[in-house]
Every structure is written in C-alpha cells, then in structure tokens.
Design a protein around this ligand. Structure first.
Ligand code: CO
Length: 160
C-alpha cells in the first residue's frame, strides 16, 4: 500500500518535471486546489475554484483553459472541471508536497501564518528536499518527546 502511494508520488513528480517550464506557481495552486476538491466531490466548479483561490471568475476561467490545453484537465459545460489522469497525478503530488511542508513547519512549532508560509515555500523546494523533509517529519513524529524537548529549548533560549 505504501509502495503504491510512493509510486504515484514519483509519477506525479515526473509529470510535474515534464511540464515544469509550462507550469507556474499559480498553475500549481490551481491543480492542488482542484485535486483537493476532486477527492471529495470528484470534480470542481469554476465558481467554487475562484472563491477558494480568491481570484476573479474570468481569470480562473483563463487559467483553467490553459491547463486544459496542457491536457491536465477537462473543462466542461456548466463550469465543471475534471482532472485528467495526468492532472490528477500531478495534483496528488502537489497536495502531498503541501502536507509535508505544512507538517514540517508545525513540527518546528510554527503556528501563525502556517498556511501562508506553506503556500510560499511549496513552489520552490525540489523533490529530493521534499523527500528529505518527509523523512525528517517521520523521524521526529516517531519521537514526540524530541519535539517537546525542542519546544522547551526554544522557549528557553530563543529570546535569550
Ligand atoms: Co498548497
């Protein structure tokens, strides 16, 4: 089961690399958000998407059309968006990447602006680093006393 998940992540990353020059950070945000919603509902509505990403509907439509031309999604009548298999693989990788960085910042004790910073950082780290962070998360999460010790260390020395 875990191997399977890993396989998908690798595939998503490879597809992301193939599309690297074509995919901007904003496009990555779109794919991640569409994938999130597709997990729950199986699709995304353009209106919901523009609300969630806090952009105007016309610019959301433009971006969605670009992603459709890249073969990553299908944009159908009534504003309904479906990810293609490739789009879905990339979306899955992007969501995992997001969750890994968010967990890392949380393990560091970041609370304020956690989501904002995750959104900024996620686009710039390479896959090897993401993988390393993922392993680091696992390592410390298996040792929760280390996280507590670090919290104590931080509150004792950070402002000293
Ligand atoms: Co994100």
């Amino acid at each position: 089961m875990e191997d399977m998940a890993k396989f998908h992540t690798v595939r998503g990353y490879e597809l992301l690399q193939q599309n690297k020059k074509l995919l901007t950070s904003a496009m990555e945000d779109y794919l991640e958000m569409i994938y999130r919603n597709s997990l729950i509902e199986g699709y995304m509505r353009i209106n919901t998407l523009s609300e969630l990403l806090n952009v105007q509907a016309p610019s959301a439509t433009k971006m969605v059309q670009k992603l459709a031309r890249l073969g990553l999604l299908k944009y159908e009548k009534y504003g309904i968006i479906f990810l293609t298999e490739n789009g879905s693989e990339i979306g899955k990788y992007l969501l995992q990447r997001h969750n890994i960085i968010e967990a890392f910042l949380r393990n560091l004790g970041v609370e304020e602006n956690l989501l904002l910073e995750t959104e900024l950082v996620e686009h710039i780290l390479l896959a090897d680093t993401i993988h390393r962070i993922e392993m680091f998360n696992r390592f410390v999460e298996q040792r929760p006393e280390w996280i507590k010790q670090f919290e104590r260390y931080f509150s004792e020395y950070a402002n000293a």
